[in-house]
Structures are given as C-alpha cells and as structure tokens.
Design a protein around this ligand. Structure first.
Ligand code: RNT
Ligand code: ZN
Length: 419
C-alpha cells in the first residue's frame, strides 16, 4: 500500500476508535486547521536582528550554542521562514521584533522606526499568505542598561516610550494591510541584580510609561504585556512582574502574555488561563520550554504544553488565545528547531481537541473520580498521532519524521553555504 493509503487507513481506524468514546476526530481536525501559530522570527538568527550587526544580546536573555547556518540578513530570515512554513501543516503568522526592520544599511535608532521600515516584511507576508505580529525591542541597545521604561531618568524613559509607541503603530499598519489584527507584545527586561529598595518607584515609573504608550487605541492591534520572574543578571527584582502586568492588563482591557518560562519552575502556566480569561478579552501565549531556568529550549510535546493545550480547549478559549512561540536554541539546526516546536504545539492542541470531554465531564459531575482519572490516562494512548499524520498529509506537508530529510537537504544546499 502507498504511504498515502497507509496514512488514510490509520486515520480511518482512529476515527472509528474515537467515535467509540464519543469524539468526532474530523471535527477536531477542522478546529486545528483554524489555529494559527505565531512563529517567532528570532529563532532564525539567535535574536540578533539587523540594526547593528554583531551587537551583543542583552536584557537577561541568552541564546547558547554556535551551530552553523544562522541567518545573516533579512533575505535569509525570509527564506528560512518560508522553508519552515512549508513543513508545518496549517496557516500561520510570523512575529517580528523591532530590531528586524529593513533599515537598508542606514542607522535608524529605536526612537525613529517607522512602518516604512517594515514595508518589505508586509509585502513578503502578503506574497506568502502569512499574517504578522510585532514586538517592541528594548534590549541590546546602548540605552537599555538594567532599566528602560521604568528608568529613574525621564529622558531614558521617554526614549523607550517613543520607541514603543512607534512599535504599536507599526503593528497597526501590519494589521491593517494584512487584514488581521496584529498582536503587539511588550516585554521589557527592567530589573536589578541585587536588593532594590525603591521598588514602588520603578513600578510607578513603568505604569506611567505604559499609560503614555497605550494612550491611543489602535484599531488593528491587539496589545499584550509580558511579565517575567527574573532575568540573568537581574535576579533580585523584575519591575514587570506577573502581578504588575495582570493588574495593568485587567485595568486597561488588554492582554497578558503568558510565557511558559516566566514563572517559578514548579508553577504550571496552564492554570492561569481560566483565571485571566474571566478578566481580559484574550491572552497571548509564548510557548516555550524552560530547563531549570528561562532557557528557551525548543518546545517539545511535554506535560506542560499538553496541560496548556487541554486547558485552552476545555475552557472553550481557542478563539481568545493567541498562540505565539518563543524559544531560541543556537545549538541545533534552527529550521529544525522551529518545526519540532511548532509540530509539538499542534500535537498538544490536537490531543486536547480529541479528548473525550463529555464523558470526562460526566464523571466529574457524578464525582466518579476514579473513572475520570482512568479515562484521562487511557486517552493518552488513543491514536491521536494517526490523526496528526493525516492532518499533515491533507495539508501537503511531510508526514511524521519525513521532514528530517527535508531539513537535512536544506542544510546541505543552503545553510552550510553560510559562513
Ligand atoms: C524574554 C521574553 C521575550 C523574548 C522575546 C525575544 O524572556 O520571553 O518574549 O524572549 O521578546
Ligand atoms: Zn516571551
């Protein structure tokens, strides 16, 4: 039998198996097809960007490794991302950072960026059927230091306020031209290494900066603010903590961003969703994999990602959840890193969509807690992977491990030629 026939046959068997427990696998696939992942452009080049080639990555984040083939210019980022989307089923988005502007070799400081610098990205997105999201960039800049929007010096704060206002306008232009609201994510690393006594002052400064940044509502932007527990070198104080931004987002009707690496290592991100969505319109996720710290390892199909996906689906929150990826591993093939992480995220969502939720809810209502736990365990072994394989096949992308050789070929033909 042809591979095609095999995939379809396994899918048909899976459909029948799921039907036995009251699950419509076809419906789950339709729902998965609607979910766009926002692919973070910064895995292509280890968060370097193109405003000042060779600049140091600062802001308490780190991309470790020196695997060859990193993208060296915007053209390479684009062709790498085109390769990536050709290996992931579905229709997706690309998330850009302000440092990825097309500055044409000119020195354009962060308080000078314009939609014009992202025109070629918007054209590229249009040509490739992609939507865009955007992020202001407050790290890797001479004016970053430990503090930006919360700095004691108002001239530094104003510089970053201006940058962020401009970033939101760029996002608005992306959303307008592409006919899909762009998420604008605001993350600043502001914090300090050691005991800080004026915490209230810094948080007040940050709040005042945000009030200026968000003073104007933009019709094509979905605003998000991203909290963090700590950054390296900034271990004792983070101005934009979870409580800080949760309060801010709720008070201002914007989104909180939940990055899976930004909480205490024993704290799971999934359990925040049902609380936040009662108080804010939507949320933005940064699907990531912290290993002992916010290490931004490549996302894999682990319990944290699965729990997250289940919670979104169980809460009926797929349409209110913006799924962004955020990791940067410089130690392996970077295209491969995207494909592994994107597919893992989709597999988690698919497993969640295939859950026998009606039966599980019935058990819960009846306090049949043994039955609920048993079914949750059994569901893990149901043939969801046959459904995912079929999803790949109908979307015209390689099935299962077949993408490995595609990436090896791209490495040989393209990546290995970059010095
Ligand atoms: C850092 C945050 C932030 C960045 C990107 C590059 O800890 O997660 O989202 O990773 O903006
Ligand atoms: Zn993040």
């Amino acid at each position: 039998m042809s591979t095609e026939g095999k995939v379809k046959k396994a899918y048909d068997e899976a459909v029948a198996r799921y039907a036995e427990i009251g699950v419509d696998a076809g419906k789950a696939l339709d729902a998965l097809q609607q979910v766009s992942l926002s692919l973070h452009c910064w895995q292509t080049d280890d968060v370097s960007g193109f405003e000042n080639a060779g600049g140091q990555l600062t802001g308490g984040i780190q991309a470790t490794g020196s695997y060859p083939g990193k993208a060296r210019n915007i053209g390479e980022v684009k062709s790498d991302l085109e390769k990536v989307v050709s290996l992931i089923p579905g229709h997706h988005r690309v998330s850009l950072h302000a440092i990825y502007g097309d500055f044409g070799g000119q020195k354009v400081d962060r308080n000078q960026i314009e939609p014009e610098h992202f025109r070629s990205w918007i054209d590229w997105a249009k040509a490739n059927g992609l939507k865009l999201d955007f992020n202001s960039t407050s790290f890797s800049h001479p004016k970053s230091g430990d503090m930006t929007l919360s700095h004691r010096d108002s001239s530094i704060r104003d510089f970053w306020v201006e940058h962020t206002i401009r970033s939101r306008r760029i996002a608005d232009e992306m959303g307008r031209q592409l006919g899909s609201k762009a998420c604008h994510n605001l993350w600043v690393h502001d914090g300090s290494k050691d005991m800080t006594v004026d915490r209230y002052l810094y948080r007040k400064n940050l709040k005042e900066s945000l009030d200026k940044i968000f003073a104007v509502k933009l019709p094509n932007v979905k605003d998000a603010v991203e909290s963090k527990l700590f950054g390296t070198g900034l271990e004792s104080f983070t101005v934009g903590s979870h409580e800080f931004y949760m309060g801010y987002a709720v008070q201002n009707g914007i989104m909180a961003t939940l990055d899976m690496g930004h909480f205490h290592p024993t704290e799971e991100t999934y359990d925040k969703i049902s609380s936040l969505l009662l108080y804010m319109p939507e949320i933005l996720l940064h699907v990531s994999r912290p290993v002992r710290w916010d290490s931004d390892h490549v996302v894999i199909l682990n319990d944290s990602v699965l729990l997250l996906a289940q919670e979104i689906v169980r809460a009926g929150a797929l349409s209110r959840t913006n799924v962004g990826l955020d990791y940067f591993d410089a130690s392996i093939n970077r295209i491969g890193a995207y494909v592994i992480g994107s597919r893992a995220t989709q597999k988690a969502l698919l497993q969640a969509l295939l859950e026998p939720i009606e039966l599980l809810r019935k058990y819960e209502v009846n306090e049949q807690n043994f039955e609920r736990l048993a079914l949750l365990e059994e569901a893990k072994a149901l043939p969801w992977s046959a459904v995912y394989d079929y999803f790949c096949e109908v979307n015209g992308v390689p099935v299962a491990q077949e993408y490995i050789s595609d990436i090896q070929r791209y490495e040989k033909e393209v990546l290995s030629k970059r010095s």
